[in-house]
Design a protein around this ligand. Structure first.
Ligand code: EPZ
Length: 422
């Protein structure tokens, strides 16, 4: 539960250090269940989604403890130490109901124990989010699957297999890749997701002794091994946090260094902002964002390397301030325009027809009280508030924003934004 009060922002100045990526840390944490050896994840972000997954993994018998940051002054963030020497099926379903990414323990449990039991993840605000591709992959590796009282129960000694995904699902690619590392024989995943987080997970698995190749291309090969060992790993920086801050700068203007941001993970967004007039400078330390977006935008979300669906809401806030008509097409999730309703309450002129949104930018955007419906919608409202006249109060009763952004109010206020967490 959180409420943010934001006033019209002066141009942003200074720098923000980009945290480690939520969508990389979550599958990497789950992968720690694949070994009984100790694992250390460096610079782990303080996010409620990380806490939720840790709760779930503890209920599977995994020991988890945070390092005291003072003990490792030269490593940013906090080190998370895990050890899944003892491993069992989840004793507590509650974390699985709270977070869809909990499904990522399915592959590791099945690979390590020969069985898994997960609750059918609830849909969420942005769509029904089925897991049929995850199941298809586990069956391709020889698992028996049964649906029992709202739980999915899987069992079997995994052997190498091949699967062609109906769509390049990020979670399904990750789950199948993890399960295949301990299967007997070689596995192939075709039409696999290509996100940087997939490549990051593969690098972590290989550091644990797995034999994964082709991650980041459309086809991934995994040669099963008998066991995996521990590893110490720092995941990649969060391209969605960096992209969100770039959108904030595109609205308020200014000159900001996103320290640690990796431009090669963000090219779709950076080209879109450059087309609209924002200046992007690649530097050794990260990315420098300068100036405002001036031209309307055409955004079509696609799986990587297309425009990321997670930045559709933040860049829609940018489109509210660029005179002219912007056209959005959301091809990944079926219901990811909830933020439009709240942006309209601020004076934005947005029409939504199914997966298309038309934004007639340049109308006066006024501060008012708005509500966050999901993680990236909340970020979008905070971005819009920077350019709005007067005070905007963003209510986040479900704490969505804290799931994916570590202390966003601190990051923004250090850039000069008049934001307060009430
Ligand atoms: C991951 O979710 C991310 N979450 C999401 O980020 C991101 O929006 C999404 O990938 C797309 O990039 C994490 O990595 C923890 P998908 P995931 O499986 O794996 C359909 C955020 O804001 N589908 O690639 O759940 C699905 O319904 C979050 O950080 C099936 O039909 O996404 C969706 O329409 C939100 N069957 C599409 O594929 C399946 O078995 C993409 O889903 C799996 C997916």
């Amino acid at each position: 539960m959180a409420t943010y009060s934001i006033r019209t922002s002066p141009p942003l100045r200074g720098e923000a250090t980009i945290h480690t990526a939520k969508n990389s840390v979550l599958p990497i944490l789950a992968a720690a269940l694949l070994t009984g050896d100790p694992v250390a994840i460096l610079a782990t972000p303080q996010l409620t989604d990380v806490d939720t997954l840790c709760d779930l993994m503890r209920s599977c018998g995994c020991q988890i403890a945070w390092d005291d940051p003072a003990e490792t002054p030269n490593v940013p963030g906090a080190t998370l130490n895990l050890c899944a020497r003892e491993l069992c099926l989840p004793m507590n379903d509650d974390p699985m109901r709270r977070m869809r990414a909990s499904i990522l323990i399915m592959g590791p449990l099945l690979a390590r124990l020969g069985m898994a039991r997960v609750t059918l993840p609830g849909g969420c605000a942005i769509g029904q989010r089925p897991i049929d591709q995850h199941i298809k992959g586990m069956q391709a590796l020889g698992a028996e699957v049964a649906l029992h009282q709202g739980h999915i129960e899987l069992s079997g000694r995994l052997r190498g297999g091949s699967v062609y995904l109906d769509m390049p699902s990020v979670g399904a690619t990750e789950n199948i890749m993890m399960a295949a590392t301990l299967a007997q024989g070689t596995s192939r995943i075709e039409n696999a997701a290509k996100e940087p987080e997939i490549t990051d997970l593969a690098m972590f698995l290989n550091q644990m002794g797995a034999r994964v190749s082709g991650a980041g291309s459309g086809t991934i090969f995994v040669q099963g091994v008998a066991r995996l060992h521990g590893a110490r790993y720092q995941p990649i920086p969060d391209r969605i946090e960096a992209g969100t801050l770039a959108c904030a700068t595109a609205i308020a203007g200014g000159n900001v260094l996103l320290r640690g941001a990796r431009s090669e993970h963000m090219r779709a967004l950076l080209f879109k902002l450059q087309e609209s007039g924002v200046i992007i400078i690649e530097q050794r330390e990260g990315l420098r964002i300068r100036g405002k977006a001036l031209q309307p935008l055409e955004v079509r979300t696609m799986s990587y390397p297309g425009f990321p669906t997670d930045l559709q809401a933040p860049i829609m806030a940018v489109a509210c301030f660029t005179p002219g008509t912007s056209v959005f097409l959301e091809t990944v999730f079926e219901n990811r325009y909830m933020h439009a309703t709240e942006l309209r309450r601020m004076g934005a002129r947005i029409r939504v027809e199914d997966r298309v949104a038309l934004i007639d930018g340049g109308s006066e955007i006024q501060g008012t009280r708005v509500i966050s419906s999901d993680l990236r919608a909340g970020a979008s409202l905070i971005c819009a508030a920077l350019g709005a006249k007067g005070e905007t109060v963003v209510e986040d009763p479900q704490g969505h924003i804290d799931r994916g952004y570590e202390r966003i109010e601190q990051t923004l206020s250090e850039l000069g934004v008049p934001i307060q967490r009430l």
